[in-house]
Design a protein around this ligand. Sequence first.
Ligand SMILES: *[C@@H]1O[C@H](CO)[C@@H](O)[C@H](O)[C@H]1NC(C)=O
Ligand SMILES: *[C@@H]1O[C@H](CO)[C@@H](O)[C@H](O)[C@H]1NC(C)=O
Length: 399
Amino acid sequence: MIEKILLLFSWAILCQGYDLTKPVLKQVVVLSRHNIRTTIRPDLLPKYSPKTWPEITQKPGQLTKKGTLMEQHMGEYFKEWLDSENFFRPICPDVDTVYLYANSMNRTVQTAEAFAEGAFEDCYVPVHHEYSYEKMEEMFRPIISNGTAAFKNMVFNEINQKLKDTKLKESLLELNEILDIKFSEICKTESICDLSDTSKSKITFAVGRELWVEGPLYVANTVLDSFYMSYYEGAPLKDVAWGLLKTPEIWHTVTEITRKDQRMRYSTIARDYGSKLKKCITKIMLNYAEMPKFILIVGHDFNQNALTTAMDFKPFTLPNHYELYPMGGKIVFQRWIVDANEYLKIEYIYPSWTQLRSGAKFTMKSPPQRVVLELKWCKADANGFCSWSEFIRKLSAMQ
Ligand SMILES: *[C@@H]1O[C@H](CO)[C@@H](O)[C@H](O)[C@H]1NC(C)=O
Ligand SMILES: *[C@@H]1O[C@H](CO)[C@@H](O)[C@H](O)[C@H]1NC(C)=O
């Protein structure tokens, strides 16, 4: 008995009330996608369907008000989570402990600013970016650098193979009906009257450019992009795809197009695309001791796709969402200490499909979605922890 009391006593003195075995969060590096934006090519939509499209007043590709709000909510959630881990000093973090960086597109800069407003309200935490406005920075651009014939052949074969996918065909047939494409202008002028006829696709591969697949798939993606935006922005369902997308089943069917497109255009080629960003993240990780405690980098879905491919993440699925890399979704690298051992944990933190539409606020009690991710080459335990030293050693060898 006395031993037990003594043990408790010395335990409390030694550790000043802290539980030594409680994991301590030391460092966080985030690669985020921007939040809800307006559709990129609204100018093309009228020729894809004889029906009337919703009016869009904001300029294309810009963060919407709702997107700003949702990202503030994300920031607030991160603050609550990090505070619960005693991560920052109370009130405002020291300037050199936080670094926010965004691609120089308006939507990515504004996403980082909105995050900062939520996470560091009333604190001085600037957002850094290379150019003033609306310019893709090199590190974020999905451009081809490997121009060898072998690589090009691999990419072409892969895409041609994937274009023949039967599930993709099924989704494209559904979209034909939704659009009534037979009566569209594009059918009359460019003879694209059936989106499922993917043999009409034209692949453009050029060093220094983005890989481009023109034709039915491009049309389908542009259309879906506008449906997503209407849905997230909270338009009445009768105005989202003319009320033709109601059930989860039909959403699942048509959104297969976007998922397939991401997997198609960013598979083999993602290694090439992701190499610059991977170098940057690798540098941050290898020099972690000199790096700020919290780093946020804001880019695009294709950056997340390219990075997870280039870094050999295990394949993962995100519950409660149709997009592979949702609006405001974040790959969150975390360095933890447990009992003097260091670990890496990676999570994908994102608003669900319905949270985006409803404009949900996030708290620890009603959190955004959190999914543990794993690298193929650093085995994670049940808590998602893989050995930090193993991670660093292998990462260093990969350079
Ligand atoms: C990008 O943001 C700047 C500054 O807010 C603004 O002046 C410019 O019009 C924006 N560009 C577009 C295309 O909306
Ligand atoms: C280019 O791609 C080929 C074929 O996949 C590959 O063997 C080669 O290593 C790549 N070159 C670079 C610089 O990545």
